[in-house]
Write a protein that binds this ligand. Structure first.
Ligand code: IPE
Ligand code: IPE
Ligand code: MG
Length: 257
């Protein structure tokens, strides 16, 4: 009420309209995960082929990696291709599979200099050789780096992730290396693709879809979720900062009081 009155008197935009900036003394989420969505619709709005949207989205990836690093995020996970995305037209899948190579051919050196550590999260099975070798080169070139951990979720599915963990645990039990009663949450976490990555603190999804699309189902149990209608190619550092600022205003209770 008082804020409304103040607004009326000073004609200032209300808090929702003011671009919010993160509090540098506030808590910066350690791990931010992003479902980068809306490339196809961005292209459609411009009468361009869907792949033009993916290329535009790649520019956003570059910007947001720098923004995350700049603000002190420790881990950034980008959902680039889901286990369901194989259903897309062949041409589009082929294009998406070439993007890692294209992205890394121009960005890898700068990422190495920035001390970024690149990792792939997901199943390596079905990826074309050129996609896998581009990712593995980036992993080996950056494996000594100690700065921002940049994970690309590629051919990633949350359910596949859990199936992989269960399969490994069953094999360990069968081999007598693990007792069934030793299986707890920590043991399951250790067998996911994200075994050495902390759970996301903040999950951002662009493009107005309010769903998880099979992303990190186990890991986001207590993640703060932030959705925006902005399409991924239009997503800017300001939007990213807004998400962080709103995260800082949330009370994470983890079931407590
Ligand atoms: C996200 O954009 C990129 C991937 C899923 C690979 P989309 O391609 O899903 O774009 P929309 O949702 O069709 O607009
Ligand atoms: C989720 O986006 C996957 C990625 C961003 C890589 P989709 O566009 O595939 O999700 P749905 O199909 O709308 O749920
Ligand atoms: Mg989509």
């Amino acid at each position: 009420m008082l804020e409304r009155l103040g607004q009326f008197l000073t004609n200032k935009p209300n808090a929702a309209e003011r671009p919010s900036i993160p509090d540098q003394n506030g808590e910066i989420p350690q791990h931010v995960a992003i479902i980068m969505d809306g490339n196809g619709r961005w292209a459609k709005q411009r009468n361009l082929p869907r792949i033009a949207g993916h290329r535009a989205g790649m520019k956003t990836v570059k910007e947001i990696v720098k923004a995350a690093d700049g603000i002190g995020v420790k881990v950034l996970t980008m959902y680039a291709f889901s286990t369901e995305n194989w259903k897309r037209p062949r041409d589009e899948v082929d294009f998406l599979m070439k993007l890692p190579q294209e992205f890394l051919s121009t960005e890898l050196e700068e990422l190495v200099e920035r001390n970024v550590r690149i990792r792939m999260v997901g199943s390596r099975d079905r990826l074309p050789d050129y996609t896998l070798s581009a990712m593995e080169l980036a992993e080996s070139r950056t494996k000594q780096n100690t700065g921002l951990k940049l994970n690309f979720a590629l051919n990633y599915g949350g359910r596949t992730d859990i199936v992989k963990a269960v399969t490994e645990l069953v094999q360990l039990v069968q081999a007598g290396k693990l007792k069934p009663e030793q299986v707890d949450e920590a043991v399951i976490s250790q067998h996911l693709y994200t075994s050495d990555i902390p759970d996301p603190d903040l999950l951002i999804r662009t493009s107005g879809e309010i769903r998880l699309s099979n992303f990190m189902l186990w890991q986001i149990a207590y993640t703060e979720l932030w959705f925006t209608d902005v399409l991924w190619p239009d997503f800017t550092i300001q939007h990213f900062h807004q998400a962080i600022a709103e995260y800082q205003g949330r009370a994470r209770r983890y079931g407590g009081v």
